[in-house]
Design a protein around this ligand. Structure first.
Ligand code: CP3
Length: 381
């Protein structure tokens, strides 16, 4: 980036800080040298399927493909804390590339975490191994929300640098950027740690809706800027993870959560990259999740894709939904399951194979490679 352009971005970032609307953090469409614009990834199987076209082979990638299922990941992470590894651009880039080299998947998913925007804003947060994100101090009152620091565009530079290094290596394989959806992020902030039922945020949205909306908007802007940084630096698609949305009923989702998810994506819509929305336990929420304004809906392992497509009225390509539990089943059972997922997905206007949630850490990586080979061996017709 030229110094001049950088100053312009800083200036626009400052303007954004002065307005209360969810303005974008940096103006303009993707740069001419972006992989989606210069021809490297626009016709890739992944982007073609996301756009409802006919891909040359069946695209597949795995949520959490980068991480603990890979010995090469455990090796490079030795002695380095999770969030520190996300903020070392060379390391984050290397970890992102590892599963692409090993499995021949059709996309890289950027190695980072949904709480990185909190960390970069200056919120005290860590990822405790075997537990998950833990905050120094939960965010529960109007005063707590008002005291949250603002994420700045400059603070996201390690993210942009890691993305630039990664896409330089990926060539025609697209990189998928991601962010946590405001509900999932705010759920960690209110509870201060992982929880099963998310009672804290679900109480807050009814008992103190004004504070809830302020918190959800803060999370929307932090996640939106995080995703925007990845897309502008070279990611060709963006996925919003609302992992815990399934703890909400439809009315609460529409009233208290969907507007914030729309706001998060308002930071990136103008870039024109395909946007995917995924959550778990969201069979009853699929239409509302599409309606926040996305191109593709990710479906968890609970709902067959033909039924998901029926609920969505055949309106969008789907992503999913191999049951992660079956990765440890005998091959014949797993193969039959993968074939049935492909069959069910044929009903949709596009299908990108994935798991119905992340790769379990104990997965044998050789099984993932074999699943990719199987999927690629089945003609996309
Ligand atoms: O391959 C990938 O998918 C790329 C990177 C990625 C990570 N986290 C790396 C990670 C992505 C996309 C995420 C998103 C994420 N983080 C979500 C949404 C997706 C989902 O799984 O529902 C959520 C809810 C988080 C929060 C989080 N971070 C949890 C619950 C944990 C697990 C904690 C544990 O140790 O069990 C993390 C840590 C984390 N994020 C790891 C990785 C590879 C494990 C850290 C390690 O290796 O020590």
């Amino acid at each position: 980036m030229t110094a001049c352009r950088y100053l312009l971005l800083l200036f626009l970032g400052t303007i954004e800080g002065m307005t209360s609307s969810p303005a974008t953090s940096a103006a303009g469409a993707l740069a001419a040298g972006h992989p989606l614009v210069d021809g490297r990834t626009a016709d890739s199987p992944l982007i073609t399927a996301y756009r409802g076209g006919k891909p040359s082979r069946r695209p597949v990638w795995f949520m959490r493909q980068a991480g603990r299922s890979l010995p090469e990941y455990l090796k490079v992470r030795e002695g380095i804390a999770m969030l520190d590894s996300c903020l070392r651009p060379e390391l984050a880039s290397e970890i992102t590339l590892q599963p692409v080299r090993r499995h021949d998947v059709d996309a890289g998913i950027f190695f980072s975490d949904i709480v990185i925007p909190l960390k970069l804003a200056g919120v005290g947060v860590d990822i405790v191994p075997g537990v998950g994100p833990v905050l120094d101090k939960p965010v529960r009152t109007a005063a707590d929300v008002a005291a949250l620091p603002q994420l700045t565009w400059e603070a996201l530079e390690p993210i942009r640098e890691a993305v630039r290094l990664t896409v330089a290596e990926l060539g025609s394989t697209p990189l998928i950027g991601f962010a946590g959806a405001p509900f999932t992020l705010a759920a960690y902030m209110v509870e201060g740690k992982p929880s099963r039922d998310h009672l804290g945020p679900r109480t807050m949205m009814h008992a103190d809706p004004e504070t809830w909306r302020a918190l959800a908007n803060w999370a929307a802007d932090a996640s939106g800027m995080f995703l925007q940084a990845q897309l502008q630096a070279g990611a060709s698609a963006g996925q919003l993870f609302d992992s815990w949305a399934g703890s909400l009923g439809l009315a609460d989702y529409k009233n208290f959560v969907a507007p914030a998810s729309t706001r998060a994506l308002d930071h990136v819509r103008h870039l024109g990259a395909p946007l995917i929305h995924f959550g778990t336990g969201t069979s009853e929420l699929l239409v509302a999740m599409r309606d926040v304004g996305v191109d593709v809906v990710g479906v968890d392992y609970r709902l067959p894709l033909d039924e998901a497509n029926r609920r969505l009225g055949g309106s969008v390509p789907l992503q999913g939904n191999i049951d992660p539990a079956l990765l440890s089943a005998p091959w014949a059972i797993l193969e039959a399951h993968v074939r049935s997922v492909i069959e069910a997905g044929a009903a949709a206007p596009g299908h990108v194979l994935n798991l119905g949630h992340g790769v379990p850490p104990e997965t044998d990586p050789a099984v993932l490679t074999r699943v990719v080979e199987l999927i690629h061996s089945i003609s996309p017709e």
